[in-house]
Write a protein that binds this ligand. Sequence first.
Ligand SMILES: OC[C@H]1CNC[C@@H](O)[C@@H]1O[C@@H]1O[C@H](CO)[C@@H](O[C@@H]2O[C@H](CO)[C@@H](O[C@@H]3O[C@H](CO)[C@@H](O)[C@H](O)[C@H]3O)[C@H](O)[C@H]2O)[C@H](O)[C@H]1O
Length: 335
Amino acid sequence: AQKTLKDVYKDYFSIGVAVAPRNLSGPEAELIKQQFNSITPENAMKMGPVHPEENRYNWQDADAIVEFGQKNGIMVRGHTLCWHSQAPRWFFTDTEGKQVSREQLLARLKQHITDVMSRYKGKIYAWDVVNEAVPDTGKSIYRQSKFYEIIGEDYIEKAFEFAHEIDPSAKLFYNDYNTESAAKREKIYQLVKKLKDKKVPIHGVGLQGHWSIYEPTQQQLEKSIEQFASLGLQVQITELDVSVYPKEHERRQKKDTDQSVYTEEMIQKQSAHYKMLFDTFRKYKGTVTGVTFWNVSDKSSWLDNFPVAGRKDYPLLFDQNYKPKKAFKGVVDFK
Ligand SMILES: OC[C@H]1CNC[C@@H](O)[C@@H]1O[C@@H]1O[C@H](CO)[C@@H](O[C@@H]2O[C@H](CO)[C@@H](O[C@@H]3O[C@H](CO)[C@@H](O)[C@H](O)[C@H]3O)[C@H](O)[C@H]2O)[C@H](O)[C@H]1O
């Protein structure tokens, strides 16, 4: 029988995928049930989509995803309780449109985390409590978000404390991208070390893993896993995809990459890169506790049209017909 990701990795870490309600029926649902034992709502549990108005929640999509998990014995990972992006405008202004005070915003953040986590208590095993709070550039370890401007740096520790109070059994993560860039990794390390030193209830760091066939190197990845694990934190890869195109800054040099053609060279490089990534994840068994892909198959990825409008990407292990790609083989054939 064909090997599946969840069976091959059952002694290593959970294998997940980001989903939207549209993925939970038909051939995609069959692929999800066959290959994965964890799902993450791609958008349904974010502040804006789930809490569009102060006194109105929109639970429909989030409920559908949790019910699918419950019905099929698939764990659910929560994403995300506090993020500067996709945060509803009302969160930061009062009824006259004036910016709210530190106390008001802290109370709203507490209410939001309390309501969302209470609804799914015992049904969500891990949460990205705070997402992308560290800037890519500059000395400060704090992104100048509305949360930081209005509350101050302690909005992060408060969010973790609010979360832990509601569901002490849920594993709580700080989640970010570009975690393999030395400068950004050091700032994230400083942030989470501060939280650990203050005995804030944080259990792990999420490396989003929006990588490409050009980066990271194995050394860079191992350095990130080891640096965060040195604080006694677990590490999860939370939004994995391997674009066949170089990142923006490299792209300008390689003009011909905007053609959306999936070349044999891309297939070879992608297969080798995915193999290196999973060889590395297995090496840190017990530290790397979960790996989640961001979208199900090349049929539809957030990387289609991003950052180049109209450009198709091929970043995942299953092709546009939900069939396993060459890269899949390199990931499951290690025994
Ligand atoms: O950006 C990739 C990752 C990076 N890390 C954090 C992680 O949360 C993020 O995920 C992406 O986060 C993006 C927003 O920042 C999501 O994109 C949003 O995805 C939403 C749902 O499809 C879109 O909302 C729909 O927009 C449509 C037209 O604009 C409207 O008609 C729909 O009603 C509305 O739901 C938003 O415009 C679009 O911005 C992507 O699907 C999602 O994959």
